[in-house]
Design a protein around this ligand. Structure first.
Ligand code: DX5
Ligand code: ZN
Length: 231
C-alpha cells in the first residue's frame, strides 16, 4: 500500500483550523488525523463531531481519520459518521462490545479500526482483523501531542505487520505518537504504512518540506538493500 502521511490536527492552530488544514493538504498530506479526547478515557479534552462537520463545510475533501479516545465509544459513532468521518478508530478497552462497535462503524459507512496503547497486547486482533480496515499502534500514551516515541512500539509494529500479512486482508498499519523525520524510517521498516505526525509537521516552518523529508525517509526503506544510500 502506498504510504500515507496523516498530520494530526491536535497540533494545528485551532483559531484558524480550516486554513491550517488546507495548508497541510496542499503541502502533500494524504489524510487528516482528528484526535478526539474526552477528559475521561484520556486526561485531555479536544474536539468533537461539530468540528469535523465544520471542516467538511469549509470544503475539506480529504479523508478524515477520526481517532476516538473516548468512553463510551458507541454513542458518538453515528455523529462522527454524519459529520463526514472517513475512518473511525477506537481503543478496544474503551468499548463494552468491540465486535459490535466495529459493526456499528461499518454500518454507518465508515472504515473501522482498532487502536493499541503501548502496553495493550494485540490479542484483540485474533477475531477482528478481517473486520477492520486499520490497525493503529500508539507509540506514546494517548492524551497529548509532542511526546517522545516509545521504542518498544517498533516490535509491536512488526508483530502487527506479520499478523496483517498472514491474514491477506487489506488493512492499513498506522503509527501514532512522536513520529518525526528522524524516526519515521524505523517505523516504516517495522511495517507501518500510515504515519500520524502532529508536532513535527505543524511545529515546522515549512510543512511541505517536512512532509517531503518524511516521504524521502520512507522511500529509502522501500529500496532494495543494495541501492540504499547512507544506511
Ligand atoms: C496522542 C494523539 C496523537 C498526537 C500525536 O494521543 O493520538 O495523534 O496528536 O502528536 P505528536 O506527533 O506530536 O506525537
Ligand atoms: Zn491520534
Amino acid at each position: 500500500m502506498a504510504p500515507w502521511i496523516a498530520p494530526s490536527i491536535l497540533s494545528a492552530d485551532f483559531a484558524r483550523l480550516g486554513e491550517d488544514v488546507e495548508t497541510v493538504l496542499a503541502a502533500g498530506a494524504d489524510l487528516i488525523h482528528f484526535d478526539v479526547m474526552d477528559n475521561h478515557y484520556v486526561p485531555n479534552l479536544t474536539i468533537g463531531p461539530m468540528v469535523c462537520e465544520a471542516l467538511r463545510r469549509h470544503g475539506i475533501r480529504a479523508p478524515i481519520d477520526v481517532h476516538l479516545m473516548v468512553r463510551p465509544v458507541d454513542r458518538i459513532v453515528p455523529d462522527f459518521a454524519a459529520a463526514g468521518a472517513t475512518y473511525i478508530t477506537f481503543h478496544p478497552e474503551a468499548s463494552e462490545h468491540v465486535d459490535r462497535t466495529i459493526a456499528l462503524i461499518r454500518e454507518h459507512g465508515c472504515h473501522p479500526g482498532l487502536v493499541f496503547n503501548p502496553a495493550t497486547p494485540l490479542d484483540y486482533l485474533d477475531y477482528t482483523l478481517e473486520l477492520i480496515d486499520m490497525v493503529l499502534i500508539m507509540s506514546v500514551n494517548p492524551g497529548f501531542g509532542g511526546q517522545q516515541f516509545i521504542p518498544t512500539s517498533l516490535r509491536k509494529l512488526m508483530d502487527a505487520r506479520a499478523r496483517i500479512d498472514a491474514s491477506g486482508c487489506e488493512v492499513r498499519l498506522e503509527v501514532d505518537g512522536g513520529i518525526r523525520t528522524d524516526n519515521i524510517r524505523a517505523a516504516a521498516q517495522a511495517g507501518a504504512d500510515t504515519f500520524v505526525s502532529g508536532s513535527a509537521i505543524f511545529g515546522s516552518r515549512d510543512y511541505a518540506q517536512t512532509i517531503r523529508e518524511m516521504r524521502q525517509q520512507i522511500a529509502i526503506t522501500a529500496q532494495p538493500a543494495g541501492v540504499r544510500h547512507g544506511s
